[in-house]
Design a protein around this ligand. Structure first.
Ligand SMILES: [Mg+2]
Length: 158
């Protein structure tokens, strides 16, 4: 199974407060998505904090992104930042970590790696993360068969 998680700000859209599609990268990203073949789509973005943000995303932005990029987001693969924060409190035994601490301690790359190891740790799973801050790299878990994490920097797509 292949899953692609998309970042939003500076990857698919300009900014949460200026939710227009990111024009400069748009054709390249669309082409990249088409080349990836069959996959399930999700979102891993610090822009969607909670259920309220998700509701406004679903109402205002989701359809536009899905249509323009020819993808369909799976509701089970849209991660809220507050849920990630809750998981990190548990995983790292930091029950009092607030949202500012979380943002200061954990960069996107570490966050996606933890999510991969703890949530997508199954055989024959390729998790791809398209984001404007991650390095281009492939991570492999040696004891899980065919499980890889591929990080793709959206700014490097040509
Ligand atoms: Mg971003």
């Amino acid at each position: 199974m292949k899953i692609i998680l998309f970042d939003l700000e500076e990857t698919l859209i300009e900014d949460w407060n200026v939710p227009t599609l990111l024009c400069e990268q748009f054709p390249k990203i669309k082409e990249w998505i088409a080349k990836e073949g069959e996959f399930q789509s999700g979102i891993f973005s610090w822009a969607i904090w909670d259920q309220k943000d998700l509701t406004s995303f679903n109402k205002e932005l989701r359809g536009r992104i899905e249509e323009s990029h020819n993808i369909h987001f799976n509701d089970n693969l849209i991660f809220l930042r507050d849920d990630i924060l809750k998981s990190f409190r548990e995983w790292f035994h930091m029950p009092f970590m607030d949202s500012d601490d979380f943002m200061a301690f954990f960069k996107k790359r570490q966050a996606i790696e933890e999510l991969w190891l703890r949530h997508f740790n199954q055989p024959d799973t390729e998790l791809v993360f398209l984001d404007d801050t991650v390095p281009n790299m492939v991570c492999v878990i040696s004891d899980v068969k065919n499980n890889i994490l591929r990080l793709v920097n959206s700014k490097d797509i040509r």
